[in-house]
Design a protein around this ligand. Structure first.
Ligand code: HEM
Length: 372
């Protein structure tokens, strides 16, 4: 596998720098919103605001009567009636502010993405594919707002818990938006060194990682981190007896013990896969930058594994729960980086922001000739 300098194009003008700051800044804001969402959920504050008003919801209650009005609405929810019936207005304010700031940050994120995006568009900074991504990400962002409300609604009806499927959809949508923005940012800031084999492996790893993340969200949604708090054994066994007693296949996604079992074993497989394939490619590839990226990715996956085990053993304290969530985002970013670095981009932006389309087929033929 040899280097192909044909694909090394550098971007160093002001407009691409501004675009990168915009895109990376939004990734950072999204991560903060995600973490605050995690803190809100783990503090049991996620169901405190029972209405969704995208515009007027920006204004929090100020006067005592306003506070009583929102508290009265909360008193009508199953969460208050079944769990928090002893709660005072003072206690309510704490959970209200957490949920309020999570929603506020979500709105701020929308603003920080859309407003500069429109300005850059008008100034002619956005190249065609970035324009498409901008529109699509904006639509996904709006959908995410709706999804968040759809998730909260599921906990306001009979049972004071949100649906773990909706929680997973909310998390996956957030990660899709994050990944898309990050990909566009990578395209502006990093070179590519196409390698078909690495790319193929990491496409599969990405899909598998999304599976692990989905089951992680199920664990979180079903509060399955509060049972079987031992590792590697579950209640003294590799496969807990309880799982064998389940008769219906739907328990693969409903039963907390089973869901935790699947998450930990999928995570083990993923960790092993990333470590072994990274070690293999470190020997195979010549590109020293890629080698370093593989070492870093191994560190990330091992750290994430460790954080998962600690989160479980200590029965999900807020700090570890959030670190484990951040670890998942870091791991996703690492996998995306390697995928981006080794994939053949459809377009490159040169110094004057002129799009150069590369003929993929001939580039692939060229690369396969270069391969030893
Ligand atoms: C190494 C790959 C792993 C990845 C990518 C991963 C990813 C995730 C994600 C995305 C969540 C949902 C977080 C949230 O929505 O707040 C989660 C939850 C969880 N994971 Fe993992 N995980 C991994 C490994 C592990 C391991 C090895 C364990 C334990 C043996 C574990 C235990 C847990 C627990 C207990 C939760 C629930 C936390 C909560 O209730 O907030 N994870 N994981």
């Amino acid at each position: 596998m040899k280097k192909n300098s044909l694909f090394r194009l550098s971007l160093a003008n002001t407009s691409s720098k501004r675009l990168s700051i915009w895109l990376y800044g939004n990734c950072f804001l999204l991560l903060c919103t995600l973490v605050l969402g995690g803190i809100t959920r783990l503090s049991g504050a996620g169901l405190s605001i029972v209405e969704w008003d995208p515009i007027l919801g920006i204004f929090p209650p100020i006067f005592l009567e306003q506070w009583h009005a929102v508290f009265d609405l909360y008193k009508g929810t199953p969460e208050f009636q079944k769990i928090n019936f002893m709660m005072t207005l003072g206690d309510f304010k704490v959970i209200f502010w957490l949920e309020y700031f999570h929603r506020l940050l979500g709105r701020l994120l929308g603003f920080a993405f859309i407003v500069p995006g429109i300005i850059f568009w008008m100034k002619g900074y956005l190249y065609p594919s970035l324009k498409k991504s901008f529109v699509m990400i904006t639509l996904l962002g709006l959908l995410q707002g709706l999804m968040g409300w759809y998730m909260v609604k599921s906990g306001l009806v009979k049972d004071p818990h949100v649906s773990h499927f909706r929680l997973a959809a909310h998390l996956l949508l957030a990660l899709t938006i994050y990944a898309w923005i990050l990909w566009e940012a990578f395209a502006l800031t990093f070179h590519r060194q196409p390698d078909y084999y690495v790319e193929r492996t990491f496409r599969l790893i990405l899909v598998f990682l999304l599976g692990v993340i989905t089951y992680g969200a199920f664990v979180a949604g079903l509060k399955a981190g509060l049972i079987y708090n031992t590792f590697p054994l579950m209640d003294g066994e590799w496969v807990p007896m309880h799982i064998f007693n389940l008769s219906h296949e739907r328990y693969f996604v409903y039963d907390p013990a089973n869901v935790q079992f699947i998450h930990r074993y999928l995570a083990m497989a993923l960790t092993l896969w990333i470590v072994l394939s990274s070690l293999y490619y470190i020997k195979e590839v010549e590109d020293s930058h890629l080698k370093k990226a593989f070492w870093a990715l191994q560190g990330l996956v091992l750290l994430q594994f460790f954080l998962g085990v600690m989160t479980l053993i200590f029965a999900v304290p807020i700090s570890l729960g959030c670190l484990h969530q951040v670890g998942a985002v870091a791991l996703l970013s690492g996998v995306l980086y390697i995928l981006h670095y080794t994939s053949l981009g459809k377009r490159f932006v040169d110094k004057n922001l002129i799009i150069k389309h590369i003929d993929i087929k001939s580039a692939q033929e060229f690369l396969s000739k270069m391969r030893v």
